[in-house]
Ligand binder design. Structure first.
Ligand code: PPS
Length: 285
């Protein structure tokens, strides 16, 4: 197993930002508050986008937080080394990011009234995005050939484990009051509707003007220009954005430019097998 990862119960976590200690803190010690809002995603499913939108909902469209605070500080990751320092004394409501599966939330979560916004993305597009990310991030192992990466993804031998297991851990709580399920695809297709839904879920009355501001600021091309969100401040020996950017394409269906017909059919058959009985209506092809 690559020395770039902390391996915990079979899960790979990038050592660059995560340690046994930070995992222990997140699971055992982190005190969830009723007003906390968790943004939960499988990697490469629109996390950064949500880290832009949710703070803008809480600031009523005031751009200051997204133009002055880097996203990892604005909506810190629960599992990262700097979680404690950034979140322990932060006033509520705290906005928190995690790629964890449902059972990995802090012990104190179940006793709280904290909310979870989950964003899913077509696994073929998340895979493609991850493939390119592995090739620009020095803290991840090299993606190798696309077919090799495809196998690793389907077997869940990638950071944070299997896409299927992630969805399977969260989908069953979709009707719970604390939970909102969104997809990357609906967000891209109808941002206004999704932002409105988010505002209602988070108890925020948003005027039409505020929603317009949020939509404009969080458009892919605007976020790509925002140094607080595009990771341009990360040195190139850690994240080399010379040939491919962190905010790479921001589209639905880029997998069609990467998968062969045979790979797509194979993926679909694994998908059908792994999602059997889940009643999950998305991403069947
Ligand atoms: S990470 O590393 O897990 O935090 O990555 P994550 O932010 O989840 O996913 C990165 C992909 O999300 C795309 N993205 C967007 N798409 C559309 N609109 C907006 N505003 C936006 N912001 C981020 C980003 O480009 C990555 O997808 P790909 O397909 O690689 O472009």
């Amino acid at each position: 197993m690559s020395e770039l990862y902390v391996v915990h119960e079979g899960f790979l976590f990038p050592k660059h930002v995560i340690s046994e200690e930070s995992l222990r803190y997140a699971w055992e010690e982190f005190q969830v508050r009723d007003e906390d809002v968790f943004i939960v995603t499988y990697p490469k499913s629109g996390t950064t986008w949500m880290q832009e939108i949710v703070p803008l909902i809480f600031s009523n469209g005031d751009l200051t937080p997204v133009l002055s605070i880097p996203n990892w500080q604005r909506v810190p990751w629960l599992e990262h080394n700097f979680c404690k320092g950034l979140l322990e004394d932060r006033p509520s409501p705290r906005l928190i990011t995690t790629h964890f599966q449902r059972h990995m939330l802090p012990k104190t979560f179940d006793k709280s009234k904290a909310k979870v916004v989950y964003m899913a993305r077509h696994p073929k597009d998340a895979l493609v995005s991850s493939f390119h990310y592995h090739n620009i991030a020095a803290f991840l192992d090299n993606a190798g050939r696309f077919d090799e990466f495809l196998d690793k993804f389907l077997e869940g031998k990638v950071m944070y484990g299997s896409w299927f297991d992630h969805i399977k851990s969260w989908w069953p709580v979709r009707d719970q009051e604390y939970f909102l399920f969104l997809t990357y695809e609906e967000m891209l297709q109808d941002t206004r509707n999704t932002v409105t839904k988010l505002g209602e879920f988070l108890g925020k009355q948003l005027s039409s003007d505020t929603i317009d501001k949020i939509i404009s600021q969080t458009k892919f091309n605007n976020m790509k220009q925002n140094s607080m969100s595009n990771y341009s401040f990360v040195p190139s020996d850690i994240l080399n954005q010379e040939n491919s950017n962190f905010l790479r394409k921001g589209i639905v269906g880029d997998w069609k430019n990467h998968f062969t017909q045979a790979q797509s059919e194979y993926f679909n058959s694994v998908f059908a097998e792994r999602m059997k009985g889940l009643n999950f209506p998305y991403y069947k092809d």
